[in-house]
Design a protein around this ligand. Structure first.
Ligand code: SF4
Ligand code: SF4
Length: 117
């Protein structure tokens, strides 16, 4: 969870600008959950990269149509007539998203307004 004095403003910045590919990898637990829940719609946006020994890095979000990573998350939805965004997979979103931002510094460095008063 993000720090306590944090309040998400639903500005969408963190999901509109997926600029750090390494930071947007899913964990083994994320992938296991999506498999258990039968979320093929999510899994088709995951690119498993074998590391050997049965280990994988799960690169996200990779377009199943082009094979390229996308700048804007496919699960982001803009609310009609509002300048606010929601995550369409909020209940099962990756650990990376659940933990964002890791700190106030991380928020400031990545353009998140969640600590502004
Ligand atoms: S950038 Fe920060 S305030 Fe904006 S949607 Fe993401 S977490 Fe929320
Ligand atoms: S999965 Fe949800 S929280 Fe994560 S980047 Fe996409 S829209 Fe944002």
């Amino acid at each position: 969870m993000p720090p306590e004095d944090f309040k998400c403003r639903q500005c969408g910045n963190c999901c509109l600008n997926l600029y750090d590919a390494f930071e947007t990898c899913a964990t083994d637990d994320d992938v296991q959950l999506w498999e258990q829940e039968g979320r093929e719609d999510i899994l088709e946006w995951v690119d498993p990269i074998p590391l050997g020994g049965g280990q994988f890095v799960y690169d996200i979000w990779i377009s199943p149509r082009t094979g390229d990573d996308v700048n804007r998350c496919p699960w982001l939805r803009k609310l009609p007539k509002k300048n606010k965004y929601i995550c369409r997979i909020h209940d099962v979103k990756p650990e990376h998203c659940r933990k964002y931002p890791k700190s106030k510094k991380h928020a400031e460095e990545t353009g998140c307004k969640g600590f502004e008063k």
